[in-house]
Design a protein around this ligand. Structure first.
Ligand code: HQG
Length: 179
């Protein structure tokens, strides 16, 4: 059985990344929602207390959600499909990053490189273990390595989300290899 924390985390992901309008909520341009308003608007759909919200934020192993310093607002740290500008500053990536995916995508990836699809960015991991967990969600997992150092040197921009996911617009085939 899926527990309350997981179900709440899923609902919050849906609202804060993809469909705030589902509960009549509007995010600000940086993706933040007012916590009092969020809790109020969640009542008819998935009622939770402020304490449970806090527990979801703190217990989430991927730290998917961030609360603002003043404690008044919440946003998803990454993974949006709606237009928000997280205002992440470009930064220098490690020389090597990893991308976990399913073997069935390989042929297409070797042809097109890594594309962001519905997301704002291609998501990359700092270590093989994390990449393996990400890839496993899609099926038989394979981990690719990304020559991030060379991409950066050639002008591709990288960002790091609040929860440590590396983001970039695309990874052309020439920067991909087997991990
Ligand atoms: C694949 C989770 C064919 C790509 C994780 C991936 C992550 C291609 C899938 C975050 C392709 C997209 C994102 C191409 C890429 N041809 N397939 N040219 N280029 N793909 O879920 O990276 O749980 O949108 O390899 O922890 O798996 O949401 O991206 O398999 O950080 O917090 O297309 O989602 O975080 O799948 O995962 P996704 P992802 P949360």
């Amino acid at each position: 059985m899926t527990d309350t924390l997981t179900r709440t985390s899923r609902f919050l992901s849906l609202i804060l990344r993809h469909e705030p309008g589902r509960i009549g909520l509007q995010l600000d341009p940086r993706g933040w929602a007012d916590i009092d308003e969020l809790l109020l608007r969640m009542q008819p759909h998935h009622p939770i207390s402020r304490e449970l919200l806090q527990r979801v934020v703190e217990s989430n192993s991927k730290r998917r959600f961030a609360i603002s310093d003043d404690g008044l607002r919440i946003r998803a740290s990454q993974g949006h499909s709606i237009a928000v500008d997280l205002a992440l500053a470009p930064c220098e990536p490690p020389t090597r990053l990893f991308h976990g995916t399913a073997t069935r995508f390989l042929e297409s990836i070797r042809r097109q490189g890594l594309l962001r699809g519905d997301r704002h960015h291609v998501h990359l991991s700092a270590d093989i273990e994390t990449a393996t967990a990400v890839g496993r969600r899609h099926g038989r997992v394979v981990v690719l390595h990304v020559d991030a150092g060379r991409m950066h040197a050639e002008g591709y921009r990288f960002y790091r989300s609040d929860n440590g996911v590396w983001l970039t617009d695309e990874v052309p085939v020439g920067f991909l290899g087997d991990a």
